[in-house]
Design a protein around this ligand. Structure first.
Ligand code: SF4
Length: 428
């Protein structure tokens, strides 16, 4: 067994990134799940190897046998999981502990539900930098029944280069049978906006070295041209000019395609021209609500139909430059009441036929967002089982201004409208 007296011991480390919560044969999973791999597990893998340990890295997309992805005799297992995969991660932790391993959980579930996770893992990691990792590696001890929760004050400011991560990125990309292969990259962390439902709203905006971004892109152009880069920045392009300079100087025209999430306030027409030239083909702006958050869509105090008109014009303009635009909405916010929010979204879709709507139901993931504690105190958070906590299909926050049946009836109606054959035909 491991001992704190032998910090230099070479460990057999397994790192498992759970992209999905269980077995599936769905076409979407085959096409896209491998494109949804996270960056931090790859970063940990690089850091663990640099610290002199043997690393086996695996991404579970739902298509593999998850029990056999890591060797049986690992000493230390890191699992990264979203909340939907929490129960799978707990079960895997139990399996590896029985085989004698120490287990560590990181990723969104660990950040949202650290106390619950600590019942099943020896270590639960919040923000993880090299110092936190070093602490785990040098101790690597059992902590049962309650695991230890560790977190750095902030996210790391320096990450390994894409070239260093490549040995973990490349095999994952080979799993995606889609013609779209998406390489995950980060240009920044945090966000200057303060949407109260968002996990990134309290994290200070912090760009990575723009020189490093260029270097990574040059490596990608040399190694695997014509792939997509999926920017994992919470809000892409806050330091717009520096970021675009970094892309333009590294990527010859047409060599890479890019997808990003960005606020409408950052997407003016001159910038869109530049984005198009640089190879941006998909943009996912967050509209969120017709009655609040005007700052991020540059609609100021405009609300209701006035905001619909302005946002619709803006998104139609974006679509002249970027072929795929997904407009994201949060349904069930406290500012919403009655028919109006739903009817306004339909109006928006009629006026903006090319935009693909993305609906998230207002959900409180543990302690992730500033609003969550308030909602818990008000008794509005349901103890929804993690396995089903998917903010596309169900929500765990009791809406302020709707009864459940009434609320879901409106969502079903809006979804039916949004994806009806007639609306879909207008979209393509
Ligand atoms: S703009 Fe987007 S990333 Fe920033 S706080 Fe709001 S929802 Fe989060």
């Amino acid at each position: 067994s491991l001992s704190t007296n032998s910090p230099k011991r070479r460990l057999r480390i397994g790192i498992l990134d759970l992209v999905h919560k269980g077995p599936t044969r769905a076409l979407w999973a085959r096409l896209m799940h491998a494109n949804l791999a996270s960056i931090m597990p790859q970063v940990l893998a690089v850091w663990c190897e640099e610290a002199g340990h043997d690393v086996t890295f695996a991404v579970y997309t739902g298509l593999e046998d998850v029990e056999t992805m890591l060797p049986d005799d690992v000493d230390l297992v890191f699992i990264g999981a979203f909340t939907q995969a929490a129960q799978l991660s707990y079960a895997l932790s139990n399996m590896y502990r029985k085989r004698g391993a120490i287990t560590v959980l990181g990723g969104p579930h660990a950040r949202c539900y650290p106390e619950d996770s600590a019942r099943y893992f020896d270590y639960v990691l919040g923000f993880t930098d090299r110092a936190i990792l070093e602490q785990v590696l040098s101790e690597a001890a059992q902590h049962r029944p309650m695991g230890v929760m560790l977190a750095a004050k902030k996210q790391p400011t320096v990450m390994p280069s894409l070239e260093q991560r490549w040995k973990y990125v490349a095999p994952t990309l080979r799993k995606a049978i889609s013609p779209i292969k998406m390489v995950p990259m980060l240009g920044s962390l945090g966000c200057p906006y303060t949407c109260s439902f968002c996990i990134d709203s309290e994290i200070e905006y912090q760009p990575f070295e723009f020189g490093q971004v260029s270097e990574d892109l040059r490596f990608l152009v040399r190694t695997m041209p014509n792939v997509w880069v999926g920017w994992h920045d919470p809000n892409f392009g806050v330091r717009f000019d520096e970021m675009l300079n970094a892309i333009e100087e590294a990527v010859p025209k047409g060599k890479l395609s890019f997808a990003a999430e960005s606020s409408l306030s950052l997407l003016s027409e001159p910038r869109l021209k530049r984005l198009k030239e640089a190879g941006f083909v998909a943009m996912l702006p967050g509209v969120e609500s017709w009655f609040s958050l005007g700052n991020k869509s540059k609609t100021g105090n405009r609300q209701g139909m006035e905001k619909v008109e302005q946002v619709s014009d803006h998104i139609n303009m974006i679509m002249r430059y970027i072929p795929y635009v997904q407009a994201n909405f949060v349904l069930g916010l406290d500012v919403d009441a009655g028919d109006e929010p739903f009817e306004l979204t339909k109006q928006f879709l009629r006026r903006t036929p090319g935009a693909f709507p993305g609906y998230s139901l207002m959900s409180a993931f543990g302690e992730a967002a500033p609003l969550n504690l308030e909602l818990q105190r008000a008794g509005r958070v349901l103890p929804f089982p993690f396995h089903f906590l998917n903010n596309n299909e169900a929500m765990n926050v009791k809406p302020k201004n709707y009864e459940w049946v009434d609320f879901y009836a409106r969502i079903i109606d809006l979804t039916g409208f949004s994806f009806s054959p007639a609306t879909m035909a207008r979209r393509v």
